[in-house]
Design a protein around this ligand. Structure first.
Ligand code: NAP
Length: 251
């Protein structure tokens, strides 16, 4: 049996196991199993893989998408450009890293983009936020990150603090994207603190959180007449791309 799985902390909320178990079953791959692996400290990655030699491929989630990079032998061009990895494959005992979040996000948002969506505010500065920014830049959309602690993000460009957001700034950026874990099960009341007065019907808001289906961030935006989507399509698409990468590598 070849083992695959999701590595992160926490991992219990994830839909990935169901997605992949369905995929394996449809492909008739009875030789594959997909589990969740809760790893609080990424410094334990080498010990974890040594203790689990049957694991051949992994997805990586919060909070390890960036901190895992030093533990990998190689990462592909898109993961390098993004600075985060969410898909791993073990070849000849070496771990290779890829990023499929950027591709999944791009494919999921494209049908909803209109000419007026020229610039975006991205809430959060983690691995998913970087993948989103990379994708939007490839679509010619300008991006600004919004962080709780912009002073700690000096290596990144275009970062402002939540306390600097004004209703005018919100009105100016018609694409608002939540790339924080706020609102995710079980803390479903969580939501980014923004001047909601600036949100209107021309906004497209995207929540990368997909559990619950309709998050507090989406509800508040819908109440303002904005269009809102969750991270379900992105999740499905990034998983498909991971599957393709694993198959191309000989899974
Ligand atoms: P991450 O690397 O841990 O980054 C999360 C970022 O959110 C942090 O850098 C932080 O930015 C901000 N943040 C964290 N806790 C916060 C809080 N309590 N209040 C406000 N901001 C907070 O995680 P990630 O991998 O980027 O994932 C972020 C979210 O996207 C998760 O919920 C994940 O499940 C979801 N996601 C969904 C998909 C999908 O396919 N739908 C794909 C990837 C990720 P600052 O410290 O700068 O404020």
């Amino acid at each position: 049996m070849k083992k695959l799985g999701l590595l992160g902390h926490p991992v219990s909320h994830s839909m990935s196991p169901k997605l992949f178990i369905d995929k394996f079953s449809k492909a008739g791959r009875l030789d594959l199993e997909y589990l969740t692996y809760d790893l609080p400290e990424i410094s334990d990655f080498n010990t974890f893989t040594a203790n689990n030699p049957d694991i051949v491929a992994l997805n990586v989630t919060i909070p390890h998408k960036e901190s895992i990079i030093p533990y990998l032998s190689e990462i592909d061009e898109e993961a390098q450009a993004i600075g985060a990895v969410n898909t791993l494959f073990k070849a000849n005992g070496k771990w290779m890293g890829y990023n499929t979040d950027g591709w999944g996000f791009r494919r999921s948002i494209q049908p909803f983009l209109r000419g007026r969506h020229e610039s975006a505010l991205i809430f959060g500065t983690g691995g998913a936020a970087k993948a989103v920014a990379y994708s939007l830049k490839t679509l010619g959309i300008a991006c600004y990150f919004v962080s709780r602690t912009p002073e700690k993000r000096r290596k990144m460009s275009n970062v402002i603090g939540f306390n600097e957001l004004t209703p005018e700034a919100i009105k100016h950026h018609l694409l608002l994207i939540n790339c924080t874990p706020l609102g995710m099960e079980p803390d479903t009341d969580g939501c980014v603190q923004i001047p909601w007065k600036g949100v209107g019907k021309d906004h497209l808001i995207v929540d990368l959180v997909y559990n619950p289906d309709v998050t507090t961030f989406m509800t508040r935006a819908l109440e303002k007449g904005a269009e809102a989507m969750n991270g379900c399509d992105m999740l499905r698409l990034q998983a498909e791309k991971s599957w393709d990468i694993w198959l191309k590598n000989g899974l």
